[in-house]
Ligand binder design. Structure first.
Ligand code: SF4
Length: 227
């Protein structure tokens, strides 16, 4: 078991420092070229890998380009175009309804406030945060996806369990200038080393400060279960 820094603020700062050195080019991995494409890609990425979403949107974004295109597409046709994505039928429905609202209430533009975004079907706080940060350069919060949820708990940065509660906790701990980058760094580390089922603690740059480190700790603090 590693020994975490004395306070959670110091622990977060140390994690950021080390992961910045490890992943200097860390950034969003979804591909998009405008706000609408970003919104669609993020809706599709729920419980699906960014890699799979990118493979699917490559042709999707050629076929559908405006919110009207999505809103007017028949449900079956859009679902068919998304059929390699988890929950494609539901997501096709969300995208059609969200785009209809964007046309009817927002003059065809993807909204730029948390309240308006989370009123769109299929858009929760996590999706809205990504669209605000990367589509509008508005940083209101921290994106907590499954990697951020797992790693912040493993590293002893939070004891909260739900993504919304973890985000509120992190907003007091992570320096505001890192609210965007914190997510990308943890996602990169979660993919490369601290994977859900078999984290590679032996080669982890955080091992000496991680209270879940497998060599010494019996417990994965993310789940609270024994390794
Ligand atoms: S890989 Fe192991 S040591 Fe590194 S952060 Fe994850 S649980 Fe901790």
């Amino acid at each position: 078991m590693g020994t975490p820094r004395e306070t959670r603020d110091d622990q977060a700062a140390e994690v950021i420092d080390r992961l910045e050195a490890e992943y200097p080019d860390s950034t969003i991995s979804l591909r998009y070229s405008n706000r609408l494409e970003l919104l669609i890609a993020v809706i599709l990425s729920a419980q699906c890998t960014d890699e799979r979403v990118n493979a699917e949107t490559e042709h999707l974004f050629e076929t559908y380009q405006s919110p009207e295109d999505y809103a007017n597409a028949p449900q079956e046709e859009l679902a068919e175009a998304l059929n390699s994505i988890n929950f494609y039928n539901n997501k096709a429905g969300y995208i059609r309804e969200a785009c209809a609202l964007i046309v009817e209430e927002h003059d065809g533009e993807v909204p730029d406030t948390m309240d308006e975004l989370t009123e769109l079907p299929g858009v929760g706080r996590k999706t809205a945060n990504v669209v605000l940060q990367h589509g509008h350069d508005v940083v209101e919060g921290i994106v907590v996806d499954t990697h951020v949820q797992r790693l912040t708990r493993r590293l002893g940065i939070t004891e909260e369990e739900r993504p919304e509660a973890i985000e509120q906790d992190l907003l007091d701990i992570v320096p505001e200038g890192y609210w965007v980058q914190f997510t990308h760094l943890l996602i990169d580390h979660g993919r490369a080393t601290c994977t859900a089922r078999n984290p590679d603690c032996e080669s982890c740059v955080l091992a000496d400060i991680c209270p879940s480190e497998k060599g010494d700790s019996d417990v994965d603090l993310a789940s609270g279960e024994p390794w």
